[in-house]
Design a protein around this ligand. Structure first.
Ligand code: SF4
Length: 414
């Protein structure tokens, strides 16, 4: 019995808290919460690439000590807030920015802070994004020793001229050296990031670059078409570039997918390819609407509260604001905002449709209370008839033919 000395409101608060705690425990036990992963955003780069609209700032020197202290504090606060949630982390992703600018000791300290607060699944995938020029052999050995088991190298092009066009801080020899070093270190998985369809690039030339990428036999490849985002230097320059005809754009897309499929890399998302058993667990969790903790400036997170509620968290974008928030008390937006059901359904659809697994109909129904097929029946049926989608009892997926049309379809749906 609670002491009658407590005012009624305290009784009610304690009752709600214990109910909430038990609900999360029960959902943990019956396994109805989605998998949980963790992302840490490292918002520093040597210089800004002209196509990049990620949140990152060029720095001479990373403020490692205050940054890592803030990250450790944020990890502590989130863990405290979700203390009843016993899900182990299925994956950790150190992304950026350029996480490879961190020293080996800083990466070890960061992983130590995470493990101090969260239990890791026995086979937890731990990825670090690295740029070739800042990924020395010594650093790679240190990252590997501290638990990084998946390295993602931002190669971007196997062509000297294209690397210069993209204004990457590395040349081709540095890229090749980094790949060879990573393979020597023995990460369980290696990803290479590539960008295609830069102005003037021919399909044949891209085929040669793809051949080199495949010859390295990485377990994973991410191949993105160059997109020119508003506000980037490329946005202002694009008017002077030769236009990319739609037919050539489609040919790049189809060539990439068919060449990689022939070589044994499964296209499991519009731009992501993996040898069997090597899909990126962290990104797959995004695309299948799993939960993730977002740590660091500009990072966002997603949580399921166990009763159908979806919560979004969004950290301050500017480093100074982020550091100030973590120095002070919990900010007004802590611990995030509840996502309205229709918006949660939209997010689930946007991410799921680009994924080979498609959108799970039961999940969509749980999020929105509406059956996805019934909601847009005439469109789904027309697209199925045209060979762009496959409507199944459990999911709706894009076909190979429909994959390049994902964006246009989503525009029609919303
Ligand atoms: S290195 Fe990566 S994150 Fe940094 S500016 Fe270039 S593309 Fe953006």
């Amino acid at each position: 019995m609670l002491s009658t000395a407590y005012p009624l409101v305290i009784h009610i608060l304690l009752w709600i808290t214990s109910l909430y705690a038990w609900r999360i425990k029960i959902y943990n036990i019956i396994g109805s919460l989605p998998p949980l992963t963790l992302y840490v955003h490292i918002p520093f780069c040597r210089r800004k690439c002209p196509y990049c609209d990620f949140h990152s700032s060029p720095v001479e020197e990373i403020p490692e000590a205050p940054f890592l202290a803030a990250v450790a504090e944020e990890l502590r606060r989130w863990r405290h807030h979700w203390a009843q949630d016993e899900r182990p982390l299925q994956a950790i992703f150190l992304g950026g920015g350029t996480p490879s600018l961190l020293s080996g000791a800083a990466v070890a300290r960061l992983l130590g802070s995470i493990q101090q607060h969260w239990r890791l699944a026995a086979d937890c995938e731990i990825t670090l994004e690295a740029n070739p020029e800042s990924a020395s052999l010594e650093k790679m050995q240190q990252w590997h020793a501290s638990g990084i088991n998946r390295l993602s190298l931002g190669i971007q092009a196997f062509d000297e001229e294209r690397l210069r066009f993209l204004q990457r801080p590395h040349d081709l020899a540095t890229a090749r050296r980094a790949i060879a070093a990573a393979q020597g270190v023995g990460f369980a998985a290696l990803n290479l990031d590539l960008i295609y369809a830069t102005p003037g690039q021919s399909l044949a030339a891209w085929g040669r670059e793809l051949a080199e990428a495949m010859a390295w036999q990485p377990q994973h490849l991410s191949c993105y078409q160059l997109t020119v985002e508003a506000g980037t230097p490329f946005f202002a320059q694009r008017a002077s570039w030769p236009p990319l005809e739609e037919a050539l754009e489609l040919a790049f897309f189809a060539e990439t997918r068919s060449r990689l499929a022939e070589g044994g890399w499964l296209a499991y998302e519009t731009s992501n390819f993996a040898q069997p058993g090597f899909t990126c667990r962290h990104n797959s969790n995004y695309w299948s609407f799993g939960d993730y903790v977002g740590i660091g400036p500009a990072a966002h997170g997603k949580w399921s509260d166990g009763s159908g509620g979806i919560w979004r968290t969004q950290n301050p974008v500017a480093l100074a604001d982020y550091l100030r928030l973590l120095e002070g008390e919990i900010g007004p937006d802590w611990p995030g905002v509840r996502v309205p059901p229709a918006e949660a359904g939209r997010e689930c659809l946007v991410m799921g449709l680009r994924h080979a697994g498609g959108v799970e109909r039961a999940l969509y129904q749980r999020l929105t209370g509406v059956d996805l097929l019934a909601q847009h029946r005439s469109r789904w049926m027309a697209w199925q008839e045209a060979g762009f989608v496959r409507v199944e009892a459990e999911r709706i997926c894009l076909t190979e033919q429909g994959m390049p049309l994902a964006d246009a379809m989503l525009l029609e749906l919303f």
